[in-house]
Design a protein around this ligand. Structure first.
Ligand code: GAL
Length: 629
């Protein structure tokens, strides 16, 4: 990796794709984030967990499915009806077939081999899709962590091993080929909570499974091991759900360094522990995705957990909060999975789930997660670039007091001296402004607008306007650290016992649109840039080119780097061939213009190499990076 001064021979080697084996920075000419399965836009639907915990049954599932159809939500795109923890009875011995709790799912009583097929047939006949739940270990979350859990699996130790571990192919075949499910959420408690000395192992309830993930320690996690297990499920899905749409949802809560690899394996990947119907907890979950816009793409979404609209701090008496939660999830391309007993749906709650303008933002085909245009502990402004070139903008008051805020044309990357038209997606009122617009936000309120004006870059897109097309295949982080900016809330599972809950790995130090890593400003040798991609050196970004002809950027070491540290070279590759590269740029060197012809190229790769190697890479900025026609 120390290629600061390249010999002619090394340059030749760079001119063709190097073997990917020993150099993670070697361009491959391909898009490596997951595109298997069927999630071109974030999945939408309903899940039993937030509404019913493990006390799930067929009546409840069907009632919510019917409500999705009757209330017009299915037509808007809410089509997955997902059964979470609590459906299983046992794993039959000796053949290992999974049995359903037929007392709760009577339509599954189909003779010797109970089957969910009647239920999935019924859901499919309603125009819906069906989802099921499992665990990557031998045992489930309810079995390991919850003493008073309803519907615990029954029987012997082997019969109570309901998770996928050791049964991946057989179970996936059963769930997809035989029972015809379309979606699976794979939890991970079974590879987390059963060390030899766990009380429930000692008491003989469960077999030990040496933990592969330690929520509090990356060093204590077997990252390659856990990834391999999830990849096995992905491979089984490709075979057993072949030719069918399917969705593979990873539920590792940000542990096991899933922040780097989840996007390569599943269609959605949880970034945090469970959401609760509590304002502060919603903030925590939100914060785990806000700096990760570049890690979400069609086919591989960030998942800050399901919606809690309708309950607790987001109930009928807290519609401001409920609208904020929904708006933020829509803007950030979170899966819109309703977690509410839809039998209780009121017109006000329906108006939230059924806000077609917000659903359209979430389902916009460009797949760009909103980018933080303004950030503070009190107010945040998120901007999302839509396929049409319009923008959506949300101004979010995190605080419990009213806030005066300003939206600027710059934040929308629009010209300040031309009209910008805004449509309020809650009130549906229209207005326009130039330069900047003062606004007021009530406590916890989010204003959200669709904006059209004259774009600063009329003949192209900045790369930070298309995070859905940029994949940090290598983001240069030498050692992931928990993100200290994530809101620390009191969790219901520990209350204020112990030292407090620590977030998992979030997006700390990763690649960011319009910011340097760690959420810091983009600035090269004293010149500030409000546009670009910030990343650590020793990184490789894959960028999909959808018909643009020129790449341009101003590159250099970001001013958040260190004078004493190494110099960085910036390389631009097109479909595996070197197009151009910068001289070595040291800290304090002025930004260097880079330009490359990308006509006909499908994948552009942006590679940075730091002469000091891997341990303390400089922040490397692709400022003003853009594709133009
Ligand atoms: C948790 C998961 C929740 C829910 C629960 C079921 O690990 O994050 O979303 O599925 O398990 O026990």
């Amino acid at each position: 990796m120390k290629r600061l001064f390249l010999s002619a021979c090394a340059l030749l080697a760079l001119a063709s794709p190097a073997s990917a084996s020993d150099d993670p920075l070697a361009p491959t000419g391909r898009w490596s984030a997951n595109t298997d399965g069927n999630a071109p836009t974030p999945p939408m639907g309903w899940n039993s967990w937030n509404a019913f915990n493990s006390d799930v049954d067929e009546v409840k599932v069907l009632a919510s499915a019917e409500a999705l159809v009757d209330k017009g939500l299915a037509r808007l795109g809410y089509r997955y009806v997902n059964i979470d923890d609590g459906w299983w009875l046992k794993r039959r011995q000796p053949d290992g077939r999974m049995l359903i709790r037929t007392s709760h799912f009577p339509s599954a009583k189909t003779g010797r081999n109970p089957s969910f097929r009647p239920l999935t047939d019924r859901l499919h006949a309603m125009g819906l899709k069906a989802g099921i739940y499992s665990d990557i270990g031998r045992n489930s979350c309810g079995q390991i962590y919850t003493p008073d859990f309803k519907n615990q699996p029954e029987g012997s130790v082997a019969e109570r091993e309901v998770g996928l571990y050791g049964h991946v192919d057989k179970d996936i075949r059963l769930y997809f080929a035989e029972w015809n499910f379309d979606y699976i959420k794979v939890d991970a408690c079974g590879i987390r909570g059963l060390p030899e000395d766990a009380p429930r192992v000692r008491s003989g309830l469960y077999r030990t499974l040496n933990p592969l993930v330690d929520m509090a320690s990356l060093g204590g996690s077997d990252v390659a091991g856990v990834r391999k297990l999830y990849e096995e499920v992905g491979a089984a899905l490709k075979t057993r759900a072949a030719g069918r749409d399917y969705v593979f949802s990873l539920c590792l809560w940000g542990a096991g360094d899933v922040r780097t690899w989840g996007k390569d394996v599943g269609n959605l990947s949880r970034t945090s522990d469970d959401i609760q119907p509590v304002w502060a907890r919603m903030l925590t979950n939100l914060d785990t995705v806000t700096h990760r816009a570049l890690y979400a793409h069609p086919g591989s979404w960030n998942d800050p957990d399901m919606l809690f609209v309708g309950t607790g701090d987001f109930d009928q008496a807290h519609l401001v909060e409920a609208r904020s939660h929904f708006t933020l999830w829509a803007m950030l391309n979170a899966p819109l999975i309703i977690g509410y007993d839809l039998r209780k749906l009121t017109p006000e709650l329906l108006a939230i789930f059924g806000n077609a303008d917000l659903v359209a933002l979430n389902q916009d085909p460009a797949g760009n997660q909103a980018v933080l245009a303004y950030d503070s502990d009190d107010v945040q402004t998120f901007v999302k670039t839509l396929a049409s070139g319009d923008k959506a903008v949300a101004l979010f008051n995190r605080s419990a007091v009213p806030m005066k805020v300003v939206l600027t044309a710059e934040q929308l990357k629009m010209l300040a001296d031309a009209d910008i038209r805004l449509r309020d997606l809650w009130s549906k009122q229209e207005r326009s402004f130039r330069k900047e617009l003062p606004l007021e936000l009530a406590p916890h309120e989010t204003l959200v607008f669709r904006a059209s004006g004259t774009r600063r870059l009329p003949n192209g897109l900045y790369l930070s306007e298309q995070p859905g097309a940029v994949n940090p295949a290598e983001d240069g982080i030498p050692m992931p650290q928990a993100d200290p900016t994530i809101h620390h809330s009191v969790t219901p599972w520990t209350s204020t016992r112990g030292p407090g809950d620590h977030p998992q790995y979030g997006g700390w130090g990763g690649a960011e649109p319009d910011r340097a890593p760690y959420g810091l400003p983009l600035r090269i040798a004293g010149t500030a840039f409000d546009t670009g991609i910030g990343v650590l050196a020793n990184s490789r970004l894959e960028v999909r080119n959808t018909g643009f002809s020129t790449f341009t950027a101003m590159v250099g070491v970001n001013d958040t780097g260190r004078r004493q540290q190494g110099a960085v070279t910036f390389e631009v590759w097109g479909d595996g061939k070197l197009l151009t590269r910068s001289p070595a740029k040291a800290f304090g060197d002025p930004a260097e213009p880079l330009r490359a012809n990308i006509v006909g190229i499908r994948i552009v790769e942006l590679v940075t190499r730091d002469s000091t190697g891997k341990t303390a890479p400089q922040p490397a900025s692709w400022a003003d990076a853009a594709f133009t026609r």
